[in-house]
Write a protein that binds this ligand. Structure first.
Ligand SMILES: Cc1cc2nc3c(=O)[nH]c(=O)nc-3n(C[C@H](O)[C@H](O)[C@H](O)COP(=O)(O)O)c2cc1C
Length: 368
């Protein structure tokens, strides 16, 4: 059997990953006042045993107002930092998997109900609600309470909050930071002309719309140790007329690369209810391939990657350097084990589980 590319190591910045499988960030809506709970220990704990190359902690808000919901994880207080430390210390006791955190601000899509309670906006005068903030006072959906337009002092405050969170991530020993520049949250709102209709230096031209996300990138890059990578997740297109698109994404990728960004994670959509997404297996891979052709940064593909051969084909063809899994790895948290068995490759597994190697499979577990 030819050697699987999916199971070859890869370095992002200085961070060595054992294979090309990344666990995508996934909000759990199970934090209390921004603090991780026992659920996060269970959730991150079992994913940390999955054999993936990298585990990414869910969208983690840099301010309380930057949370999507009242159940989001934050990294904006000592209490949040201590709760995350408690979780990480216990996960790390049993797993060496590198762990990244996705730092985020939800912008105008903040202050929502939990998804399993409908996910609608909670108005600022209701319990668990607050006034949202965005580049322009344009609501995400008709009928939502519009966000407050951020002034320059407020932008400085948010930049500083990203830097503070990066310093907390440093103290926590997190291996990498991913900035959430996708899915219609604050940084994406600055990029897209559909959400950003400012007439100051943060709106209008592409250069102006990229300014705030790039300032946040620079601030975080400067606040995090140089030998640990900082990357950005983007929506490569709004899938809507007159919105953010692939050509602008390539311009952003070049600007990020010039500022020392280690990787770009190519997702899409989330900015407007008017989006029309051609959802299907690999639907975002052509976007990743197009960005990969224009940058030297590591490129991550995501979106309905569910099959072992499908993932292998993406990295094998060089469409992306890494593949990220979200729903497929929630459904099958041992996906990387099963993929490794399929390709005759190996994964790290806990000593306690070594006896689970199926009959007929050899050297699946890498148990140094
Ligand atoms: C439960 C759940 C929570 C998610 N939370 C986040 C998040 O915190 N940050 C983010 O960028 N994307 C988030 N996403 C999107 C995923 O990271 C991923 O991009 C998307 O689900 C497509 O990949 P998939 O087809 O492998 O699920 C979430 C998806 C799911 C299913």
């Amino acid at each position: 059997m030819a050697k699987s590319k999916l199971f070859t190591p890869f370095a992002v910045g200085g961070l060595e990953l054992a294979n090309r499988i990344v666990i995508a960030p996934m909000c759990q809506y199970s934090a209390e006042d921004g603090c991780m709970t026992d659920w996060h220990l269970i959730h991150l704990g079992h994913l940390a045993l999955s054999g993936a190359g990298l585990l990414t902690i869910e969208a983690t808000a840099v301010t309380p107002e930057g949370r999507i919901s009242y159940g989001d994880v934050g990294l904006y207080s000592d209490a949040c930092e201590n709760a995350m430390r408690n979780t990480l210390e216990r996960v790390r006791r049993w797993s060496e998997m590198p762990i990244a955190v996705q730092l985020a601000h939800a912008g105008r899509k903040a202050s929502t109900e939990l998804p399993w309670r409908g996910g609608a906006q909670i108005a600022p005068d209701q319990p668990n609600g607050w006034r949202t903030e965005a580049p322009s006072a344009i609501p995400f959906q008709d009928g939502d309470v519009p966000p407050v337009k951020l002034d320059h002092d407020a932008l400085a405050h948010i930049r500083d909050a990203f830097a503070d969170a990066a310093r907390r991530a440093t103290r926590l020993g997190l291996d990498a930071i991913q900035l959430h520049g996708a899915h219609g949250y604050l940084l994406h709102e600055f990029l897209s002309p559909l959400a950003n209709q400012r007439d100051d230096r943060y709106g209008g031209s592409l250069e102006n719309r990229m300014r705030f996300p790039l300032e946040v990138f620079e601030t975080v890059r400067a606040a995090f140790p140089a030998d640990r990578p900082v990357s950005m997740r983007v929506s490569a297109t709004d899938w809507a007329a007159n919105g953010w698109d692939l050509e602008q994404t390539i311009a952003l990728a070049r600007a990020l690369e010039a500022r020392g960004c280690a990787a770009i994670h190519i997702s899409s959509g989330g900015l407007t209810p008017a989006q029309r997404i051609p959802v299907g297996p690999n639907y975002q891979v052509p976007l990743a391939r197009a960005v990969k052709a224009e940058t030297k940064m590591a490129v991550v593909a995501v979106g309905l990657i569910t099959e072992y051969e499908q993932a292998e084909a993406i990295v094998g063809a060089g469409d992306a350097d890494l593949v990220a899994l979200a729903r497929a790895i929630l459904y099958d948290p041992r996906w990387p084990w099963h993929a490794a068995a399929h390709f005759g490759a190996s994964v790290k597994a806990p000593k306690q589980y070594l006896r689970s190697e199926p009959r007929g499979v050899r050297d699946l577990f890498d148990d140094e």
